[in-house]
Ligand binder design. Structure first.
Ligand SMILES: *Cc1c(COP(=O)(O)O)cnc(C)c1O
Length: 402
């Protein structure tokens, strides 16, 4: 016991010395455009609360009402006694939203990826995955016995080569998997070309739209809708934890896939379902997406304003095409120093370094939301200007576009 604890303590101390053990930021306020941390009010550029729904009165009222009517917890896994009428109603609404025959919710986006990949991929199958896909996709693939092929990020020629390799190996099912929007760079998957290459090779496509749902497509329907690819993507994974503002994940797909998941997806089978308050808040959020489309417009207006401001300051914002805008500064140390300098100037934005991103691509990642005001965004840009200057980032070769 003591040997084990001593070795764990050493490991922790090594991480702390190298500066990779960052303390958790503890919010003393709701998740909103501004948050309170250590008693200070900060402009929040760190949240996935794209549409500002975490504090929407309709979601809160729906959660409170559902807890009163349906109770605080679900009490069992879905396949035993943990399916309430609300769960099925949400799934019908999600299928409508995504334009699919059926949908199934799981506890989180993470659980959805583990569940769907573990169900769809067996030993006889192959998966072809973008190298920058989210950790939950990587973990989901690791739990299968399928043959694995990885293609270079958004590289359709490499995708085609990997599809050829999968086909030569004689696989039963081949599944191409990609994030819809990539979480560290804010770039969008080249879905039309990807679907074409997959179809030509007889492969199916799965898109994880965690960062695209509520953001891209009509009323936030995601990348499949954004590109007009309905019926050509077999599986759409989504999360209810980001733009939807609550918690959960789902798989939108043909009915056969839903029924297989109910039978075989391990997080679905062996972990308790959502409390009624969560489900009811998600239903209210889907309603708000339809009735308040101005939130999506505001999100994009804020995105354009903020991105243009950062670029005018000379920062390198990479390939971002969405509300996720990285400010790439080089080493992890520089990224953390910029995040600290921003925090001192009233802005909460996370520094991200290796191994989450390549060693020389450390960054502060920013996400604006529909609920930021112009004044808040301008104040945040002012903080970036001052922090960049204080750290000598602006004007230095690696921080500025060539
Ligand atoms: C955030 C994210 C997830 C996980 O979703 P949770 O609901 O937070 O578990 C899955 N996939 C991608 C691409 C994500 O960005």
């Amino acid at each position: 016991m003591t040997d084990c604890l001593a070795s764990l303590t050493d490991e922790r101390d090594d991480l702390r010395r190298s500066g990779r053990l960052r303390p958790l930021a503890v919010l003393e306020s709701p998740q909103d455009a501004e948050v309170v941390i250590e008693g200070r009010r900060l402009i929040n550029l760190s949240s996935n609360n794209y549409l500002g729904l975490t504090t929407h009165p309709k979601l809160i009222a729906a959660a409170v009402d559902a807890a009163r009517t349906w109770g605080a917890g679900a009490g069992a896994v879905r396949t035993i006694a943990g399916t309430q009428a609300l769960h099925e109603e949400l799934e019908r609404r999600l299928a409508d939203f995504k334009g699919t025959e059926a949908a199934l919710t799981l506890q989180s986006g993470y659980a959805a990826n583990l569940g769907v990949l573990g169900t769809v991929l067996g030993e006889a199958d192959a998966v072809v995955s973008d190298e920058l896909n989210h950790a939950s996709i990587i973990d989901g693939i690791r739990l299968t016995k399928a043959a694995r092929y990885r293609f270079r990020h958004r590289d359709l020629d490499d995708l085609e080569a990997q599809l050829g390799a999968a086909r030569r190996d004689g696989r039963r099912r081949v599944l191409v998997v990609t994030d819809g929007v990539f979480s560290m760079d804010g770039d969008i998957a080249p879905l039309p070309g990807l679907v074409e290459r997959a179809e030509a090779a007889g492969a199916a496509v799965m898109v994880d739209d965690a960062h695209a749902s509520g953001v891209l497509g009509r009323h936030g329907r995601g990348t499949v809708d954004h590109f007009g690819l309905h019926g050509r993507v077999l599986i759409q994974v989504g999360t209810l934890s980001k733009a939807i503002g609550v918690l959960g994940g789902y798989v939108a797909a043909p009915l056969a896939v839903r029924e297989l998941l109910i039978h075989a997806a391990r997080p679905f089978l062996f972990s308790t379902s959502h409390p009624p308050a969560v489900v009811a808040a998600c239903l209210a959020a889907l309603e708000v997406l339809e009735t308040e489309p101005d939130r999506q417009d505001r999100l994009w207006a804020n995105t354009r304003r903020f991105k243009a401001g950062l670029e005018a300051l000379g920062f390198d914002c990479g390939q971002s095409e969405t509300p996720i805008t990285p400010v790439i500064v080089g080493s992890a140390d520089r990224a953390m120093a910029l995040a600290d300098a921003l925090r001192a100037r009233g802005v909460f934005a996370q520094g991200i370094g290796f191994p989450t991103v390549p060693r020389d691509r450390g960054r502060v990642r920013t996400i604006v939301s529909a609920s930021h005001t112009d004044a808040q965004l301008d104040r945040a840009l002012g903080a970036f200007a001052a922090a960049g200057q204080a750290l000598g980032l602006r004007g230095s070769a690696s921080a500025v576009r060539p």
